[in-house]
Design a protein around this ligand. Sequence first.
Ligand code: F6R
Length: 615
Amino acid sequence: MCGIVGYIGSGRAYGILMDGLRRLEYRGYDSAGVALERDDGTLSVYKSSGKVADLEHLAEGKDTTGSLGIGHTRWATHGQPNDVNAHPQVSRGGRLALVHNGTIENYRVLKETLSQCGYSFASETDTEVLVQLIDYIQETNHCPLPEAVREALREVDGAYAIAVVERDQPDQMVVARKSSPLVIGVGEGETFVASDATPIVGHTDQVIYLHDNEMAVIRRGKPLEVQSLAGEARPSLDVQTLRLSVAQLEKGGYPTFMLKEIFEQPSTLTDCLRGRITADCRRVVLSGVVENREKFLRAHRIVIVACGTSWHAGLIGKRLIQEMCGIPVEVEYASEFRYGCPRISEDDVVVAISQSGETADTLAAIQLAREMGAFVYGICNVVGSSIPRNTHSGTYIHVGPEIGVASTKAFTGQVTVLVLLALCLAQIKGTLRPYEVEPVAKALQRMPATIKEVLRLAPAVEQLSRTFTYAHNFLYLGRGYNYPTALEGALKLKEISYIHAEGYPAAEMKHGPIALIDDEMPSVIIAPNDSLHDKVLSNVQQVKARGGRVVAVINSGDEAIKSLADYCLEIPEVPECLTPIVASVPLQLLAYYIAVNKGRNVDKPRNLAKSVTVE
Ligand code: F6R
């Protein structure tokens, strides 16, 4: 969703901000803007609905000098995605300019109060209320900007990451955060600010993550001041080294990030597995689980919370943990968790799964679970994001930045970590012996090579995709471990091609969806040689008996299904618990090629955002 970038230094802010905004595009947005402050203290704001390219077009020929600036990509929440609602929002008379990620929940009350004090509002945004509030406090108290920001934030309920600049103060920027991330990049005589590290990469690898309820005053040529909103200086700046490279943020010769990320899976799974399986493949070591073994051993129940694709991974995690460890597992949509009267106790372990580590609903579920006394474990991709900072412990999936909005390599990384977690926990609980761990661990070690083999299907899937480009509906069916794979396949197709697709447990089909089947409604059926193979085979027969067309994902040499299905995608055989990792890859490819055939923007599908930072 929204993205922030800021710069203060000796370089030209405009170019740095525009590059930063382009790097933030992957998050999803519908308008963009910048505020630039020239050395003489004049402040200019350029903003436009549409893309960063539209903003660039708007700024063409205008004065874009200045070595201080803030920029923003906005994903509309309060008000239309138009020029007026775009950020930066400015205060009365254009004295202050502010960019904001998050939502100010009590903005109506504040707006009312400010209106009574003579303020008027040009936009429909909560952000304009915040900048006017800062202006009001500064004007009333005759105080410097940092003090006014601190005061204003004390009045505010909600979530925010903000950056503010002030006319006639070309050497200063103030930033703050609560429940929305903000990272500060420390370069040689220059400082960068961003909502995630992507705009900073390539400028500096030294970063400071702002904590919740902290603000920083960045002054040209002066040491950085980080303090709590209560005014206490942070004892140590805790400068960290970024492990991201520019190459990871580029397409590397692929036409889209999504295709690059699908093809990266052999190497991302290598990174994900690194150091986690012993050389003899008889033991799995996830340090977060080992270090908290008592909490896991005490758990009467594990509750998994997540959204979207991560929730699908969670469903697979449920089956893995129940089967391998004998612990009951529940999987909840994080977005529903807090509204479902959750019964969580100190004897529960809550596992939160999130690629971005910033999903607002998942963060809210974590907070509630913590308040109820549970031990909360995170499975995340983005290092230093909010979820790892708000959980007691956890595991990173280490698949590198995922830029395509549709999750691909993060899903296979999440499932891989869930397999490791289940194996590690099973060892600790004694429910699996080393000889039982070994075949799964060996197959995991071979997984990068297995996925390489699956990716050879790409040309065949591309060809197959042409048959279905104009289908209006799809059914995805699977059972057991592959019911979630079916859900994930359907989600991939709908989000990037805009074709309606439903995932269903294959046996549930006869309880309703079978009515939909005809020759216009293709069914994608995941049917590896697992314990439910014969049952899925009869589901294939049921679809065929009703004139439906079947695309089956099968293991090589499955003549029974081959003789029935219209099209088969053959994947290598792996232990049953690993089939979702392997079977999801052809489904990613199928969704990808259908979307490309339809001319869709697969990396940035309409209405979607990469990190969903609002409820
Ligand atoms: C689908 C997709 C979304 C996310 C969901 C949760 O391709 O990407 O469904 O999985 O928004 O996001 P994270 O995992 O970042 O919490």
